[in-house]
Design a protein around this ligand. Structure first.
Ligand code: SAM
Length: 270
């Protein structure tokens, strides 16, 4: 578990996946790597996580974090293949906007929304960059399993704050940092990496490479505070009904019974 180790654990679902190698954080290289991953095999390898789900075992239908979205101007960061925007469009959001680093994902979102008679303003850009989004405009900015891809968490949260109206809501979900340290092996859960290790790593999945870093919970909390947000609610627990629906057999469900695998933060712009 040395901080200097070149090889380190990459945990997806129940167990370890691929061989992860520690890399330097070079924003341009990481953007190139990750946009290629999402332009090609991303969804095939990692699937999609979209509303009403915030993660494998956490649902908007149980937690009502967004609540009634009718008449609201809403922006999704990292809109992926568009199912979350569709979900909100079908619930009478006034305006739908989405950004994503991958041209391919933006294309999928556009197609999906059009096929459901919905439309959105879609912008292909990294979430870290200024990209022409209006400021002091949105009632809600949200992101489902995309925020963690940023190379600059503080900068990204500051931009998101700038897009929101005063009292606007920012809601995001991501892999819980404890989940990223623990793998199921035989009948045991094994701590495989340091919780404090936020170094960047690359891993090959399905013949393509992705780069990520696993941040501590305090890193998210402190970045929200610095950007001028107050946290209203945090969800760490899995929903029993979703866990039971999966049965107790998968390693991922076994993990989710004893530790948080997803976290959801609801914050408000002061
Ligand atoms: C796990 S998907 C989640 C998206 C959506 N919830 C879904 O399941 O379709 C992550 C998304 O983040 C996007 N992404 C990765 N890095 C990004 C960045 N720096 N800026 C904006 N989007 C990024 C990817 O292209 C991908 O569509």
């Amino acid at each position: 578990m040395s901080k200097q180790a070149n090889f380190r654990a990459n945990i997806i679902g129940g167990g370890e996946a691929g061989v992860a190698v520690t890399v330097e954080m070079d924003k341009d290289v990481i953007h190139q790597t990750n946009s290629l991953f999402w332009d090609t095999k991303g969804n095939e390898v990692l699937g999609a996580t979209a509303l009403p789900l915030y993660g494998a075992f956490v649902s908007e239908e149980n937690h009502r974090l967004l609540g009634d979205v009718s008449g609201k101007k809403i922006l999704e960061i990292g809109c992926g293949s568009g199912q979350s925007l569709q979900y909100l469009g079908e619930r009478q959001a006034a305006e739908l906007w989405g950004t994503d680093i991958s041209e391919n994902q933006i294309g999928k979102t556009r197609q999906l929304l059009e096929s459901h008679g919905l439309s959105a303003e879609l912008i292909c850009a990294p979430m870290e960059d200024k990209c022409g989004l209006p400021e002091d405009y949105f009632d809600i900015v949200y992101s489902v399993y995309a925020i963690g891809w940023t190379t600059d968490l503080e900068g990204t949260f500051a931009r998101i704050a700038s897009y929101l109206k005063k009292d606007g809501v920012f809601l995001f979900s991501w892999s819980h940092p404890i989940h990223k340290c623990v793998a199921a092996e035989k009948d045991m859960l094994v701590f495989k990496k340091s919780y404090f290790d936020e170094s960047w790593y690359s891993v090959e999945l399905g013949g393509n490479t992705l780069s990520l870093s696993d941040r501590k919970m305090s890193t998210y909390v402190n970045a929200l505070a610095k950007a001028g947000f107050v946290i209203e609610q945090m969800v760490e627990e899995s929903d029993d009904d979703l866990l039971q629906a999966q049965g107790d057999s998968s390693d991922f469900a076994k993990k989710a019974n004893v530790l948080p695998v997803t976290f959801v933060m609801k914050a408000r712009k002061l």
